[in-house]
Design a protein around this ligand. Structure first.
Ligand SMILES: [Zn+2]
Length: 140
């Protein structure tokens, strides 16, 4: 029997996103990078959102970034999320530029403590054999 999951999980299916999911399983945060304009982006897709090139490759992100925006959730709006509130919804701006939605963990969910612009780093949280998700914590 599997342990109860705290959140609904994605089903990695689309080929253009597989390097992202495979990287997370190996403890790497992989970002799509355009081979023509050299910009990174997120989420994974078949063409570059900056120049529309289809020459999309991958690079390993440092896992470091800053807290771009956040919200403290005092209750789950979706009953499928069973993370005990309060928890922190975070928009993280990676060092490489792209922003992604995640949770900020290992810090008290208190607006007097959580600060926009604070340095954060990725933490890999394995959900099952297929899915590992990137969460973030204050940079050590
Ligand atoms: Zn491009």
């Amino acid at each position: 029997m599997e342990t109860e999951l705290l959140r609904p999980l994605p089903t990695p299916m689309t080929p253009e996103a597989m390097p992202y999911w495979e990287g997370l399983r190996e403890g790497k945060l992989m970002l799509p990078k355009c081979d023509d304009c050299a910009k990174t982006f997120f989420f994974p897709r078949i063409s570059c959102p900056h120049c529309h090139s289809r020459n999309v490759g991958w690079m390993q992100a440092s896992g470091k970034g800053t807290l771009y925006s956040f919200q403290i959730a005092h209750r789950a709006l979706n009953p499928n999320f069973k993370i005990p509130p309060p928890y922190i919804l975070a928009m993280v701006e990676l060092e490489e530029g792209p922003r992604l939605m995640s949770n900020l963990i290992n810090i008290e969910a208190d607006p007097a403590i959580v600060k926009i612009g604070m340095a954060v780093e990725v933490v890999y949280e394995k959900q099952n054999d297929e899915v590992t998700i990137p969460l973030f914590q204050p940079a050590t």
